[in-house]
Write a protein that binds this ligand. Structure first.
Ligand code: G3P
Ligand code: MG
Length: 246
């Protein structure tokens, strides 16, 4: 049976098979046929946007301490691949510029803002997106909806996505109640049901649940008719969707 195919979005790169949020993870995701990538951003002490999930360097690099307290040069001195495997030695925490240099313009980039840094992140990110001229292929999302509102106010052309982890009564009604042109919903996948997806799509919202990895969950989301699936295993998702459509 031929059905709509959800966009294959690699979570922090191909996180299941490479160190998350590194160029190696994004490159692997691209080679596995992803159509979008999701990444997380923070600001360094000298105001560079870097790609890392945690506020601290401890879990995913050889460094210690918070990103906000270090310069880009200091952060670049740490290894961001070794914790995952010796074959990834030499990976570093990438700047957002480095990721945009790597990823072709045809691939959607979902930038997740983890922290607003007293409003500095919003300004820096909009400055960055204007300079890179990729607003069309970028969705900026956050669990911090006030931050998302500031981003939209700074640059109305930005596609904004609302991340949420709760089972909302009516996510579409919530999104449409905001005086913003929301582009997409980004629910935790277990908090989503078919009715939510239908309502969202009828209202013109895209739906990108995170982070599903098991075959049954991936197929369930595809059956709901979601716009895309954020997964640690883009290769697995690609194969599943191919099989489902033949
Ligand atoms: O953007 C989707 C997902 O990445 C949100 O959660 O913690 O994996 O960044 P987290
Ligand atoms: Mg994320």
């Amino acid at each position: 049976m031929l059905t709509n195919k959800p966009m294959n979005i690699a979570h922090r790169g191909a996180k299941g098979m490479a160190p998350e949020n590194t160029l190696a993870a994004f490159q692997l995701a691209l080679s596995q046929g992803c159509e979008g990538i999701e990444l997380d951003v923070h600001l360094t002490a000298d105001d560079h946007i870097v790609v890392c999930h945690d506020m601290t360097l401890d879990r995913t690099t050889t460094g210690k301490g918070t990103i906000a307290e270090k310069s880009l040069a200091e952060i670049k001195a740490y290894d961001a691949g070794l914790w995952f495997g010796d074959e990834f030695k030499g990976e570093t925490v990438p700047t957002l510029d480095e990721v945009f240099d790597l990823v072709p313009g045809s691939i959607m980039i979902n930038v997740e803002v983890k922290y607003a840094y007293e409003g500095r992140m919003e300004r820096k990110l909009i400055e960055f997106l204007r300079r890179r001229d990729r607003l069309n292929h970028v969705i900026v999302s956050s669990f911090d909806h006030k931050c998302i509102r500031r981003i939209k106010q700074l640059e109305p052309e930005t596609k904004i996505g609302l991340l949420y982890q709760a089972k909302l009564l009516d996510p579409t009604a919530y999104a449409r109640s905001l005086d913003l042109e929301v582009y997409s919903l980004h629910p935790y996948f277990q908090m989503l049901d078919a009715e939510d997806v239908t309502k969202a799509k009828e209202s013109g919202l895209y739906v990108y649940p995170y982070t599903a990895n098991d075959e049954k969950d991936l197929l369930m989301l595809a059956d709901y008719g979601v716009s895309g699936i954020i997964t640690d295993f883009p290769g697995r998702l690609k194969t599943l969707l191919q099989d489902r459509n033949t």
